[in-house]
Design a protein around this ligand. Structure first.
Ligand code: BES
Ligand code: ZN
Ligand code: ZN
Length: 475
């Protein structure tokens, strides 16, 4: 979709006009005539009252159609973004015009652009039937072009991550996904190193190799670097890139396996964020490390009881091969630490327990450093993504003691799984401030509503970009 700014006297012929309505059918300031001209019985008929989530299409004198979106009691950034997401799916003309970028709230224009771009996302690669959305051009009255352009970088990055995540595992073998990410990163002018299996062996990434051992599709590791000329700080990112998580020999049941093509969401998130940070030219060095592998059940698969040796840090007794994300992240963290970043953030669909704790819409943040935790939480809040802090409760570390190796990869208790997984990672994170984002809950949207579209959510991309903006500001 193209989004552009137009002057007030926008041409409405053949276009859809999009307007917001407050609860009780109250018009926004300036929209009184527009709303009062609507035949009330039409709105009664479609039960449109201006509640959040409501959409109605009604006739209009000049425009082809008027699409009304409910804004609820009071307009806020998230209600406006969500309303715009609902609007774009209701539009039946190629062109639409809206004044909603001028609503008198902080970030109105950004909310409109985000809602439109994220809400109109569709993954149609395998669809041979059905139609794509009609809308091709959205004209926002009196929009600031710089804000539009900057917002588009973040929404495009989110949609890029969604595309990679929605791709079936069959079509994103580690080698293929590595090339996809590499080519998008190269387009953004980023320097990319791609390690193949022999190189991974040479570098002694024993944990990544242990997870990869069960698959015929060899692993890869990507190192993407954004190297601005005068950086104010250096952010290290690591993303979990399991291209399919069968559980390995600790095999998942069918229902739990259904969504496991998503298990590279962390990888997609950090890659897409790095690309956007580069395109936005933010003065922060970013080193992004992405281990990519299947977790499969071939004859050479790692067995429960086997011991793996990551490149750096404690040896690991693998008692459950389904706790594989933490294994490849151990090596990812080991590699990123070589670059001595000022702080490290890893992103992973790591534990079902994080989803049990926080549900499908909230990601978990763990951090060794209170300042980094609060920077991430404020960045998430500005970005309009929902994260909640969870504790690195040190006492549980004991539960990872192993009889034969330095540590084991599960605790043996059913409880506190997200905390235990984070504590496992803390063994490999080094001394610089580190944070871990467990996005097992919100990585996938279970319904289409507002800016969310059923399928991959791309959660975390906008928070990481906003974090880089924060770092650029504070130095
Ligand atoms: N990829 C899963 C976690 C997951 C679960 C992501 C649900 C998205 C939705 C991870 O590799 C896993 O299987 N974790 C195990 C850990 C357990 C064996 C300690 C889990 O959460 O059950
Ligand atoms: Zn697993
Ligand atoms: Zn997994």
């Amino acid at each position: 979709m193209e989004i552009r700014s137009v002057r007030d006297e926008a041409d409405l012929s053949g276009a859809t006009l999009v307007a917001g309505v407050l609860a009780g059918r109250q018009p926004l300031p300036g929209d009184e005539d527009l709303i009062n001209a609507i035949d009330e019985s039409l709105l009664d008929f479609v039960k449109f009252e201006g509640k959040t989530g409501q959409v109605a299409a009604v006739p209009h004198d000049e425009a082809e159609m008027l699409v009304l979106v409910g804004l609820g009691e009071e307009v806020g950034f998230e209600t406006l973004r969500s309303a715009m997401g609902n609007a774009v799916r209701a539009i039946k003309t190629p062109r639409a015009v809206t004044h909603l970028g001028q609503v008198d709230i902080e970030g109105a224009l950004r909310a409109v652009v985000e809602g439109a771009e994220l809400g109109s996302y569709q993954y149609r690669r395998y669809k041979t039937e059905g139609e794509a959305l009609a809308l091709e051009t959205l004209e926002i009255v009196d929009a600031d072009d710089d804000v539009v352009a900057e917002t588009l970088e973040t929404t495009r990055a989110t949609n890029l991550a969604r595309d990679w995540i929605n791709t079936p595992a069959k079509d994103k073998a580690p080698s293929e996904l590595a090339l996809l990410i590499q080519s998008s990163a190269a387009d953004a002018g980023l320097s990319v190193e791609l390690w193949d299996e022999p190189r991974i062996v040479e570098e002694s990434l024993g944990a990544l190799l242990g997870v990869a051992a069960g698959s015929d599709r060899p692993p890869r590791l990507l190192i993407i670097r954004h190297l601005p000329t005068s950086p104010v700080s250096h952010l290290g990112l690591v993303g979990k890139g399991i291209t399919f998580d069968s559980g390995g020999l600790s095999l998942k049941t069918a229902a739990f396996m259904e969504e496991m093509k998503d298990d590279m969401s962390g990888a997609a998130t950090v890659a897409a964020a790095t690309i956007a940070i580069a395109k936005l030219g933010l003065p922060v060095t970013v080193t992004t490390v992405i281990p990519l592998t299947d977790n499969a059940v071939g004859g050479n698969a790692t067995r429960p009881g086997d011991v793996l040796k990551p490149v750096e840090g404690p040896t690991i007794e693998v008692l459950n091969t389904d706790a594989e994300g933490r294994l490849i992240l151990a090596d990812g963290l080991g590699v990123v630490r070589r670059y001595e970043p000022d702080m490290i953030v890893d992103v992973a669909t790591l534990t079902g327990a994080a989803r049990v704790a926080l549900g499908d819409k909230i990601g978990a943040v763990f951090s060794s450093d209170p300042d980094l935790a609060s920077q991430i939480l404020s960045a998430a809040s500005v970005a309009g993504e929902d994260f909640w802090e969870m504790p690195l409760y040190q006492d549980y570390k004991k539960s990872l003691e192993s009889d034969i190796a330095d540590i084991k990869n599960i605790s043996g208790s059913r409880y506190g799984g997200a905390v235990v997984a984070a504590l496992f990672l803390s063994h490999y994170a080094g001394d610089a401030p580190w944070a871990h984002l467990d996005i097992a809950g919100p990585a996938r949207s279970r319904e289409t509503a507002g800016e969310r579209v059923k399928g991959a959510s791309g959660v975390g991309v906008r928070t990481l970009i906003e974090l880089a903006r924060t770092l650029a500001r504070i130095g």
